[in-house]
Ligand binder design. Structure first.
Ligand SMILES: Cc1cc2nc3c(=O)[nH]c(=O)nc-3n(C[C@H](O)[C@H](O)[C@H](O)COP(=O)(O)O)c2cc1C
Length: 453
């Protein structure tokens, strides 16, 4: 496993002045604001719906649905905690559009049979928020097909890829297995497009405000964006590589009109060189982002009426580290604070080039309690509209309430980015959550499934 080499000790930094001084030594210049009250501002979307404040929780899969794909009690608990915590936007974790597209045997599946329980999940979480704040959050459901990261009921890797990819083919599941790669036919891609559309219809029945057509990390629609080497209607040109995404968006609009919003979680760049990565300079082997195509795509998405774009990069564990996935293939350590800065800057540059777009940023959990100040600073300076927090949601579900009521994050409650939530899945093959801050539930699992392994 790659070594994460932190450029500095963020927990030892006293205040914003020192943060500026220390980060500047690494050519990092995060936008910061002492006053975080801007994060209380509501955000109005193109659909007319309003997100009640400017803080969102990213999708974070707990790997803890039922075998049939419905939410379990762990899932109900997680979303109720989020709702009581005050974030204006809850981006529900990835849910598979079909049995074969799961990335773990307990990933939820959107199908007729799971809709009643999903509806109960949204209703319960909304009711909890209303009880606490007199209003409910804006709820997005992330639809996905895991593609080359798919596994069967026994965690055996069953990769369905769009192209061969020398940077990714040696590990086809998140626990590092190498399964036998199957390249999807155009007909299989067409079926997947239909399953996304059907999933959106079911998400509307379950009561979500919005669906996310997931085009990020290592999953299938992201892989289509980088299908430079694929022949046929889904590969090669920009138009072909984005065809599936727009077919899904048009299909959802045709079935549902404007009755459900559409959001997209998108990789700003892949951290995998051309011709195997998206958003990278078009020179083979060169590890440098080029935002021309991501900007073009975001402009088109906004023209299509996509309400919100959440920018990320590559696989969660390596996202948004500096050297990204490529770090697995060279000798460099992973440098998280530089990586976060690169991704936040890309968010700024994309937003600046896409008038009318509403954007959410990724990476703030790395910044410890200063995530609130950078979230607010970025919004103030126009880098993004919504400050997005991932693992902070597991560790500190009421982070938004503290930002709203106390004007800051609590040092003793923030995520310490120890990566144990990921160890629970990757090593333990079990459910996940915060081992350090939610230890009554997750420390026993960590001991049983990770330490005793
Ligand atoms: C345990 C775990 C599960 C995750 N599940 C998802 C997911 O379902 N969908 C997704 O888009 N990202 C997922 N991510 C990525 C996060 O949404 C987020 O992008 C990442 O953790 C970086 O943000 P942070 O530094 O605020 O945590 C997951 C990350 C972790 C650690």
């Amino acid at each position: 496993m790659k070594k994460v080499s932190r450029e500095f000790n963020i927990r030892g930094i006293k205040d914003l002045e020192q943060l500026k001084k220390v980060t500047n030594e690494f050519n990092i210049d995060y936008p910061v604001s002492e006053d975080v009250s801007i994060l209380a501002e509501p955000v109005k979307l193109a659909s007319g719906k309003v997100i009640p404040n400017s803080m969102g929780i990213h999708p974070l899969e707990g790997f803890d649905g039922t075998e049939e794909g419905a939410p379990s009690e762990y899932v109900f608990r997680r979303y109720e905690r989020y709702a009581r915590g005050g974030a204006g936007l809850i981006w529900y974790e990835s849910i598979s559009i079909c049995e074969e597209g799961r990335c773990n045997p307990l990933q939820m599946i959107i199908k007729k049979e799971t809709v009643p329980e999903l509806k109960r999940l949204v209703d319960r979480s909304n009711a909890a928020a209303v009880e606490e704040f007199g209003r409910r959050p804006y709820n997005v459901l992330q639809l996905t097909h895991s593609g080359r990261r798919s596994v069967d009921k026994n965690w055996k890797s069953t990769p369905l890829a769009i192209t061969e990819n020398p940077y990714m083919d040696d590990h086809t599941s998140m626990d590092g297995q190498k399964g036998e790669l199957q390249i999807a036919t155009d007909e299989q891609i067409e079926l997947i497009i239909q399953q996304f559309i059907d999933g959106a219809v079911l998400a509307a029945e379950a009561g979500f405000d919005s669906v996310d057509v997931k085009v990020c990390h290592e999953y299938i629609l992201r892989e289509l964006l980088s299908a430079f080497t694929r022949p046929g209607k889904f590969g090669g040109s920009f138009e072909n590589r984005t065809r599936a995404l727009f077919d899904i968006i048009h299909g959802i609009r045709k079935k549902l009109g404007n009755s459900i919003d559409i959001c997209v979680r998108l990789n700003a760049y892949d951290c995998i060189p051309y011709p195997y990565g998206w958003g990278m300079v078009k020179e083979e082997g060169v590890m440098k982002p080029d935002l021309e195509e991501p900007i073009k795509l975001c402009r088109m998405l906004v023209e299509e009426g996509v309400d919100l774009i959440n920018l990320s990069t590559m696989m969660p564990r390596y996202s948004p580290y500096g050297t990204g996935l490529l770090a697995e293939h060279n000798d460099e350590d992973i440098r998280p604070f530089t990586g976060v800065y690169n991704l936040l800057k890309a968010t700024r540059d994309i937003k600046a080039a896409v008038p009318g777009g509403v954007f959410m940023c990724t990476g703030l959990t790395w910044l410890d309690r200063f995530g609130a100040n950078v979230g607010a600073g970025g919004k103030k300076e126009g880098w993004w509209d919504i400050a997005g927090f991932g693992r902070q949601g597991f560790a500190y579900p009421d982070f938004a309430r503290d930002i709203l009521e106390k004007g800051k994050l609590d040092r003793n409650k923030v995520c310490i980015t120890c990566d144990k939530c990921y160890d629970l899945i990757q090593i333990g093959h079990t459910r996940t959550g915060c081992v350090a801050r939610d230890h009554e539930v997750y420390l026993p699992m960590y001991r049983q499934y990770v330490q005793n392994k």
